[in-house]
Ligand binder design. Structure first.
Ligand SMILES: *Cc1c(COP(=O)(O)O)cnc(C)c1O
Length: 960
């Protein structure tokens, strides 16, 4: 609840409901106090009795003041470390209008295509950009980072090969030692539970054997060398071995793309397309491949379809491949990816266009050559024969030490490795900077750098590998090169999309709460934004302070002993957490424990992650109340007592209920030798009230992009740290380049040790500004809001699955099955658009229902508007039932109604225009949102899959 008066308390800005509204809401719910509601909702047996050991609340102003001090503890040296992360210039027009704009960053994943055409178009641009540059026809709309993208390629090809090849398993994956070290780390972790043998070595001597299913190369290599892989690719192609190439998009403006010389998949990170390094993220990784694999490609893929009026419309394609449908047979567990950053990178390409991108790439390359000339003149030997942006300078121990000393003094980082100094240049460099870098080497050797009479370096991109094909030829990459045009294009797309700037997004399980400006602002501060993830740790002390505190707080909130901030999404947290369980069993010699019990109501990522962790999924039933069927659980736990590894359980359940038997459930698992993994997506109902530790789970992940205020970004970024109890603490993930994790830790699960480090600041700010009381208050307010909606809707809708005392937790499920003969849940979802709202979670966890989660950030007014809309829709259903509206031609099945339709000269529908588009008075007062297209035809799009930008004429059609 909001505190009385003091408007400088952040809790009063974060929580939507005021003390003035409270009595009426409590009365509607039928309780006399908020505490009564909470006591009746959260079972006493699991209530947190003591106050959490967390800091007190800070005002927004005080927090920013203090964080500035912390920021200054980071040292913003110029980094030329490379290894997949480079300096970049974020065009100001993108920084202001996109990255820092809640109209973009508070969007949800574009499941409701009719109110998401803006970001869908931007993501289609991303796919087109990746596809063009990589030279392959299909690309997805982002993955989490380069390491996991490479791992996705490995597992996709492993599955593909062994599907076709029913005999001897082909399980060998050859990885060039020119692949980035963090990518190899992530691959090793991923390969282990799947039984894939990763062999790292010199690609020139690779022996392609009967067991080899795939190869991974890096182009340009880790050393910076641009290897000519063409003959090698011919060999892999001839032997039907899948070739994946990790690459740098900018280099492909100058180099022949891997798709043109035989790669089956091309992966990498688009970070240097305008997205700051952020000490490791977030950035959008990419994945391009051939047509053959379009149904296997991991992550979201955007496609082109048509709406009911025949107009072109975008939507997420092939959703049936995803975990929500395919569960343990899904191609990958990727759910949240990096949508916002993919939009950033695509807009960078839109703004610069093909000529601009080529100019940037050429300048970087020429400056690298200019630096080589200067260093050669100083007597250094540069060993790469062909390179794009990276020099590799030979240096004995003494020279290395001297250069490192001079570089540190000049606040500059190079990469020092096995007898060489590597320098990767980027678009922030100019000729003066090149001279400054040469000066560092000169000073280290006591010589004078010269800028005249320099040796001619010659061609460093061999003719044979120089790119000839065109890219980014589509008009979208050629129309918006002035700031005016770019600004308007961004606004045009933003205006098509409904986000939290318009109305509540009541998505059950996804917790779309306030993403406060004060939480977001520090992410763009240079002290946080410009750090390379592999700088010496003594340059990142500010970040270390934030991590240490955040780890301690998240451990306290979950009631656990330790925390790893590495996983980049909830699903990655599941995977990481299950791997710690696997490692625990293996450490005890219980290598045969590989069964994961998963309730049938679990989120689709659960079974998909379990399979990735090498586990066999056994499904546990739920009863009619949506609770885990205790008898079935017990029977299965006992049946598999010798092989039981883990139970994955969501708490409160995916049905939005605090199951009273949760302790007993955990006990059954422990008694049979298993560990309990708690899916923490529903932490918003728990913080300060109970915890995974109290219910006796062993590990959980937290979706920081749900409960802890990181914005959803239209489908990412996110963060999914895991918290564990003492027994699993030794197994927390490590990282090859930075010391972190448990003493017997599993390998890396992300490319960087702290995942998308820069957005951890958001959750840090959230906890600091709410403080221990505010956090508990927020949980209570979330439960209050959900129960208020329930109170208002329950006379007209069936509310499924309430707790022992008839309350919901922080979300509620409304049953639409009784109306199935008339309208579907989808019709209701689309009709809500006409009422200015985003649909709740649709048909999950129960088909033909909607799951509503208002969060604590919504005010009573907004909750009332939403309830009014839901009740009006209920009336509209009754009209069909009564025969007052045609079953196949009514406001529901025709929804959403577009502006073009409503203002067309002909109106042929059997109801009035105002009923169609202004059905309630509040819509006249600033709450109207127009769908930019009519109902989108998903099946058509899947049958005619197009996932790059369609011809321009398609954008200009304006038929109704
Ligand atoms: C959101 C969610 C996940 C997956 O999280 P991502 O960050 O999207 O990978 C898992 N389980 C539940 C219950 C969720 O709501």
């Amino acid at each position: 609840m909001r505190n009385i008066e003091s408007s400088d308390q952040f809790v009063n800005r974060h929580n939507g409901v005021s003390n003035r509204d409270l009595p009426e809401m409590l009365k509607a719910i039928g309780v006399s106090s908020l505490d009564q509601l909470i006591n009746e909702t959260v079972p006493d047996s699991i209530r947190l009795k003591a106050e959490m050991d967390l800091p007190p609340a800070m005002t927004e102003y005080d927090f920013l003041q203090e964080l500035q001090q912390t920021a200054r503890m980071n040292r913003t040296f110029k980094s030329y470390i490379g290894l997949g992360y480079n300096g970049t210039i974020t065009p100001s027009v993108l920084l202001r209008n996109l990255f820092q704009n809640p109209g973009w960053y508070t969007q949800y994943t574009p499941y409701q295509a009719e109110i998401a055409q803006g970001r869908l178009e931007a993501l289609l641009n991303f796919q087109t950009m990746v596809s063009d540059l990589a030279g392959l026809p299909i690309a997805n709309a982002s993955l989490l980072d380069e390491g996991t993208a490479a791992a996705e390629a490995m597992s996709m090809f492993f599955a593909q090969k062994n599907k076709r090849n029913k005999g001897e398993a082909k399980n060998q994956f050859l990885v060039s030692d020119e692949v980035l070290p963090q990518t190899i780390d992530v691959l090793m972790t991923r390969a282990l539970p799947l039984g894939i043998e990763v062999v790292v070595g010199d690609w020139t001597t690779f022996e392609l054997s009967e067991a080899t299913f795939g190869v991974l190369l890096q182009y340009p290599g880790k050393s910076g060398e641009v290897h000519d892989y063409r003959a090698f690719a011919e060999k892999t192609n001839a032997q039907d071995i899948y070739l994946t190439v990790a690459t740098d998009l900018l280099s492909l403006a100058l180099l022949t793309p891997p798709g043109e010389w035989g790669a089956d998949a091309v992966v990498g990170n688009s970070q240097r397309f305008g997205v700051p390094m952020g000490y490791g993220g977030p950035h959008a990784a990419f994945f391009a491949t051939k047509e053959d694999f379009k149904r296997q490609i991991p992550g979201r893929i955007i496609g082109v379809s048509v709406d009911r009026h025949g107009n072109k419309a975008f939507r997420m394609a092939l959703q049936t491949r995803e975990q929500h449908i395919r569960r343990e047979k899904a191609t990958s567990n990727i759910c949240t990816a990096q949508a916002l950053l993919a939009v950033m990178a695509s807009m960078y390409a839109v703004y610069h266009g093909p000529k601009g991108i080529k100019a940037i790439a050429s300048r970087v390359h020429e400056l690298a050559k200019a630096l080589e000339a200067r260093l050669t003149a100083l007597g250094f030997e540069q060993v790469n024969s062909a390179y794009f942006d990276t020099l590799r300078i030979k240096a004995d121990a003494a020279a290395m030490k001297a250069v490192q000393g001079a570089a540190l003094e000049a606040e500059t980082n190079f990469y020092y490795t096995d007898g060489h100094i590597q320098i990767s240049l980027d678009e922030t460099v100019n000729l003066d900077e090149v001279d400054r870098l040469a000066q560092i080497f000169a000073q280290a050797t006591g010589r004078t750098a010269s800028t005249t009479d320099l040796p001619d370096v010659g061609a460093r991109i061999p003719d044979a590998l120089a790119r000839e094909s065109e890219y980014l030829t589509h008009p979208k990459f050629n129309l918006y090169h002035t700031e005016t045009n770019m600004m308007r294009y961004l606004k045009e797309l933003e205006n098509k999309d409904l986000s939290l700037v318009h109305s509540m997004i009541p998505l059950g399980s996804c917790t779309m709460k306030l993403n406060a400006a004060t939480e977001l602002i520090p992410v763009s501060w240079p002290e946080f934004a410009n750090l390379h993830p592999f700088v010496p740790t003594d340059q990142a002390k500010g970040y270390q302070k934030v991590f240490n505190e955040l780890e301690a707080w998240l451990s306290e909130i979950t009631g656990f002993a330790a925390c790893s901030l590495q996983p980049n999404s909830g699903a990655q947290g599941e995977y990481a957490g299950l791997l710690t369980i696997r490692a625990y069993h293996h450490a005890k010699g219980d290598t045969h424990r590989d069964v994961a019990l998963i309730p049938d109501s679990a989120h689709g990522t659960n079974p998909a992650s379990a399979v990735m962790a090498g586990m066999k999924v056994v499904v546990v039933k739920c009863d009619e109340q949506g609770n885990i069927d205790l008898a079935d659980l017990k029977a299965k736990a006992e049946k598999y007592r010798d092989t039981l590894s883990a139970l994955m359980v969501t708490y409160p359940s995916t049905h939005g209920v605090f199951e009273t038997e949760i302790r007993e459930i955990c006990q059954i698992i422990h008694d049979n030798g298993g560990k309990v993994y708690m899916d923490g997506a529903n932490m918003n109902a728990q913080v300060g009230l109970t915890s995974p530790g109290i219910i006796d789970a062993d590990v959980c992940h937290l979706n920081l992009h749900k409960t802890f205020a990181i914005p959803h970004g239209g489908g990412g970024p996110g963060m999914g740290p895991i918290c564990v109890n003492e027994s699993l603490k030794p197994f927390l993930p490590k990282h090859v380049l930075v010391e972190t994790g448990g003493e017997k830790g599993i390998g890396a699960v992300s490319a960087t040790p702290y995942g998308s480090a820069s957005i951890l600041l958001i959750s840090y700010a959230y906890i600091k500004m709410l403080g221990k009381r505010g956090l508990t208050n927020a949980s209570k307010a979330a439960i209050l809001n959900a129960n208020y909606i329930k109170a208002r809707l329950q006379s007209r809708y069936d509310v499924l699955f309430t707790g022992a005392k008839g309350h919901s937790a922080h979300e509620l499920i409304i049953d639409l099955r009784p109306f199935k003969s008339m309208v579907s849940a989808e019709d209701v979802a689309k009709r809500l658009i006409d009422y200015g709202f985003h649909a709740p979670t649709l048909s999950w966890p129960v088909p033909n229902t909607v799951m509503i989660e208002p969060t604590e950030s919504e005010s009573k007014d907004e909750l009332d508007r939403f309830c009014d809309a839901m009740l009006a829709i209920r009336e509209e259903i009754d009209e069909i039932a009564r025969g007052d509206a045609a079953p196949d031609n009514n406001v529901l099945v025709n929804a959403p109604h577009t502006l073009q339709l409503a203002t067309a000269d002909n109106w042929e529908l059997p109801y009035s225009r105002s009923k169609a588009v202004y059905p309630l008075p509040y819509l006249h007062h600033g709450h109207k949102f127009w769908a930019s297209v009519g109902r989108v035809d998903n099946a058509f799009g899947d049958r005619n899959l197009v996932c790059t930008c369609p011809p321009m004429e398609a954008y200009e059609e304006d038929a109704v």
